[in-house]
Design a protein around this ligand. Structure first.
Ligand code: ADP
Length: 404
């Protein structure tokens, strides 16, 4: 079975083609073909990069900012030219899409129908950047491959088992009736990491209490019990919770009231301030990229040091909150750009939990661990670094739904 995965971001589009058999493999499969389009480097230019399992590569600049044109070209590289992997697009059995917001409507991956598309469109109210892009991807594929089933895999679904105590905001009850509640995000990554952690530890997932720290440009935590997220730091939007690259995370809402009363701030300016000019970038004035924060600290930059200190303080506090929800912990898991690569962040975070017998193996932490347990042998809690594989998780979800 050939499964095409589309994973759309606000300024990038990733895609992979997997081939799966009748039995779902435990281990990750490498894709036959993978492609990425990046719109961030030059205005109006889409940079396309493609590689295949056979080692063929292609790089192209497309002079267009139309997503449709770029995605169509990307899919063409699957069946034409030097990265050709299949004879024609009809060889694809199923297409899986990452869809950011499934609201209260979707608790699991779902076969896309006109009704499902309508709901994804309605939920754009809650995810104005992402859901329209996800829908556009679905429609582009629908035009090119009208007879191939498509599946939506939601970033919110893994958090759909949160209890009302965890998902209802203590505002007026009407908020809840209007869908203003906590949803949580990064669910596909948290779900993949939980399953991979069980494999690495050789344990059954339902027996484990886990905290997954997804620390990329966006950052969130999930507390996982019985194989589901029972608490998480992101909420109604991906702005709640931890300090992030350029997002503030949680702040006193009174600050917003103060700013609105004292100045001529509009909703757009506030959005820009909180989503694009806060977090590591806002505090340091250097960058939202943890590597550049690290370099600035080495050069004695005090604001970069403060940014890192706040990041760690809030991360520790967030983990503390997840611990209380779980009532214990078998493994703490680090993933995504910062979680996978920053030994400094991992060790600073873990230091705070020494009181409960959590101990890092300093050597292992330093040596670029991938899918490895980096806790000391006598640690009371395991500490894992896992390379997140969202596209593979989407392919697995498609396989499961299709094979049912
Ligand atoms: P996204 O959330 O966009 O998927 P990633 O998971 O790729 O992002 O994470 C991006 C972030 O990872 C970068 O902004 C950078 O701060 C961080 N990062 C990547 N490599 C390193 C590294 N070697 N050391 C520290 N931080 C890193």
């Amino acid at each position: 079975m050939k499964i095409l995965v589309l994973n759309a971001g606000s300024s990038s589009q990733k895609s992979c083609l997997y081939e799966l058999n009748d039995v779902l493999p435990d281990r990750l499969l490498q894709p036959l073909w993978e492609a990425q389009i990046d719109w961030t480097h030059q205005q109006g230019i889409a940079e396309l990069k493609v590689k295949t399992a056979k080692g063929d590569r292609l790089e192209e600049e497309l002079a267009s900012d139309s997503r449709q044109a770029a995605i169509s070209r990307m899919l063409e590289t699957l069946w034409r030219g030097k990265t050709q992997t299949i004879n024609d697009l009809n060889a694809i059995d199923i297409v899986g899409h990452r869809v950011v917001h499934g609201g209260q409507d979707y608790q699991q991956s779902t076969l896309i129908s006109p009704d499902v598309k309508e709901t994804i469109a309605r939920l754009s109210l809650f995810a104005p950047i992402h859901n329209p892009i996800n829908l556009e991807g679905i429609e582009i594929v629908e035009n090119i491959l009208p007879n191939v089933p498509q599946i939506a895999v939601f970033d919110t679904a893994f958090h759909s088992q949160l209890t009302p105590a965890a998902f209802v905001y203590p505002g007026p009850y009407k908020w809840l009736e209007n869908g203003i509640r906590r949803y949580g995000f990064h669910g596909i990554s948290h779900q993949y990491c939980a399953r991979r952690a069980a494999e690495i530890l050789g344990r059954d997932l339902p027996d484990l209490r886990l905290i997954t720290c997804h620390l990329g440009n966006g950052c969130s935590l999930a507390a996982i019990r019985d194989g589901w997220s029972i608490d998480t730091t992101m909420g109604f939007t991906p702005l709640e919770g931890l300090m992030m690259g350029s997002r503030s995370g949680s702040i006193d809402p009174g600050i917003l009231l103060h700013l609105l009363k004292q100045s001529d701030l509009t909703a757009e300016k506030l959005d820009d301030m909180l989503n694009r000019n806060s977090g590591l970038k806002g505090i340091s004035g250097v960058s939202g990229d943890m590597r550049q924060i690290g370099e600035a600290i080495t050069q004695g930059n005090q604001r970069a040091q403060l940014a890192l200190d706040i990041y760690i303080h809030r991360l520790r506090a967030g983990i503390g909150a997840m611990l209380a929800s779980l009532g214990g912990l078998d493994a703490l898991i680090f993933t995504a750009g910062v979680g996978e690569n920053s030994a400094v962040v991992r060790s600073a975070v873990c230091e705070a939990f020494g009181f409960m017998g959590l101990k890092l193996d300093g050597e292992k932490n330093q040596h670029s661990p991938v899918d490895e347990d980096i806790a000391a042998i006598d640690s009371a809690v395991r500490v894992l670094v896992i390379h997140t594989q969202e596209d593979w998780e989407i392919a697995r979800e498609c396989w499961k739904l299709y094979s049912d």
